[in-house]
Design a protein around this ligand. Structure first.
Ligand code: CA
Length: 448
């Protein structure tokens, strides 16, 4: 099922939740991103959608009977609910119907609810009262490398004459990451220790000195595929529940020593931060754009990675920003400093191509699997999505407003990723934030 622009995207829709009508709100009624949460003090997971500075508690809505049709048939009476069990139960047409029902429920024109404060308080939870957890129990995490600007920049540092390897324009490059260390936005990140070596190849063990972030976008698998059963490019998006922001923290010195011949390992697996809001593909419909145009010199993708629809609508116009706030900036009450901005429409391979390629050997993807895009950079210098690129391996330091300099991350640095979609004639929608502060490495005495 391909989503169409419909009444839920109408820019004139307003909600009786006033904070959602602020033009700068990330979560207006046109967005409706999903979240797993608990109400402070109640030890029970529920599912909701963000609306302004509130969460609409879908579990409560279901229990008081606000849903109709097939949506009313989900086991609302039987919490705990998670996005995992909702996704396993639902098909794309259920989610479309749920979105329509939630939109109508939150609409300012819904007189019945707009004036019923008692009902409102039973189905809304202020964000400040909610304990937000990871959206899914992530079974598998795959990280791609599908941005050609990032791949070219990193390639240039190591192979100036031949930055892109011969496979790059034929195959979406990826590797299997680590799911257990994925954390929700706000979780502190401990600087990893590991084995590193200089140019002399003499290794030592200790805290990483070249800690970096990577600006990425992730997709969550809604419905998986059976083992042995590939997914066609034409149906790939039916398997995508929605998108989030990803910071794929990376220890460049550990990576440099360990990555050959099998690829990244401990340089990546110590932590990955994601934004907890899952923005659905249907919410993103107005912001779909053609996939990156391949030049006359570029090879055409093989047929299994190719479809007219992917060419015309495979991309997403999603603006991305990375900001940094050092400990000193926090002490001086300075706002975060913008390091870079780029756009997800710059991806060489689309999410549909990544998912299709991933399953092309019969590998089964499962509900809640996270598939990340790879670092999202752009052609301009200010669009580079990690410090490795921005400071060109540390040779071009960045000056912060405090006068501090950065080549890589220092202890106490907070990295903040934001994402939002804007288009003339439509309401801006946002992804919320993906942020985390770097803690010092664990002292030797505390390493068990
Ligand atoms: Ca990565």
């Amino acid at each position: 099922m391909t989503y169409q622009i419909n009444e839920t995207h109408d820019p004139n829709l307003r909600s009786w939740v006033e904070s959602a009508n602020d033009p700068d709100a990330d979560f207006p009624i046109q967005n409706l991103p999903f979240v797993n949460f608990q109400i402070a003090g109640l030890n029970q997971t529920r599912i909701g959608v963000a609306i302004g500075d509130q969460i609409l508690d879908l579990t409560s809505c279901g229990i008081v009977g606000l849903f109709s049709g097939e949506i009313a048939c989900f086991a609302w009476e039987d919490p705990p609910h998670t996005l995992d069990n909702f996704c396993r139960w639902s098909q794309p047409h259920h989610r479309h119907s749920l979105r329509q029902q939630i939109s109508a429920l939150l609409n300012a024109d819904n007189e019945e609810i707009a004036h019923d404060k008692r009902l409102q308080s039973s189905i809304l939870v202020p964000l400040s009262m909610a304990e937000i957890s990871l959206p899914f129990q992530i079974g598998d995490y795959t990280d791609f490398y599908c941005n050609i600007h990032h791949a070219t920049n990193v390639g240039k540092m190591f192979r100036p004459d031949n930055p892109l390897l011969p496979n790059y324009k034929h195959i979406p490059i990826g590797y299997h990451g680590r799911a257990s260390s994925i954390v929700a936005s706000g979780t502190e990140i401990r600087r990893p220790c590991g084995q590193t070596a200089g140019e002399d190849n003499q290794p030592s063990f200790g805290p990483s000195k070249l800690l970096d972030y990577e600006l990425e976008v992730g997709m969550f698998v809604g419905q998986g595929n059976d083992l042995g059963q590939p997914v066609s490019i034409g149906t790939a998006e039916e398997h995508i529940f929605g998108l989030c922001l990803v910071n794929d923290w990376s220890a460049r010195d550990i990576q440099r020593w360990e990555y050959q011949p099998l690829g990244p390992f401990l340089a990546k697996s110590f932590a990955t931060t994601i934004s907890p809001w899952v923005v659905t593909l249907e919410a993103l419909t107005p912001f779909r754009v053609p996939a990156v145009e391949r030049t006359a010199d570029d090879p055409k993708p093989l047929p299994y990675l190719s479809s007219p629809e992917n060419e015309t609508h495979g991309g997403i116009d999603l603006q991305l920003e990375v900001l940094l706030r050092s400990a000193q900036m926090r002490e001086q009450n300075r706002p975060p400093y913008k390091l870079s901005r780029s756009n997800f429409k710059e991806m060489y391979w689309t999410f549909a191509q990544m998912l299709t390629h991933h399953a092309s050997n019969g590998c089964n993807l499962r509900t809640g699997d996270l598939i990340a895009s790879g670092t999202v950079s752009g052609p301009e210098k200010e669009a580079r999505g990690c410090l490795l690129e921005l400071t060109w391996r540390g040779t071009e330091p960045i000056s912060l407003p405090t006068g501090e300099q950065r080549t890589f991350l220092q202890d106490g640095d907070e990295v903040i990723i934001r994402g939002y979609c804007e288009r003339e004639g439509f309401r801006r929608i946002g992804f919320g934030e993906c942020h985390g502060i770097v803690l010092p490495a664990l002292p030797q005495s505390l390493r068990a």
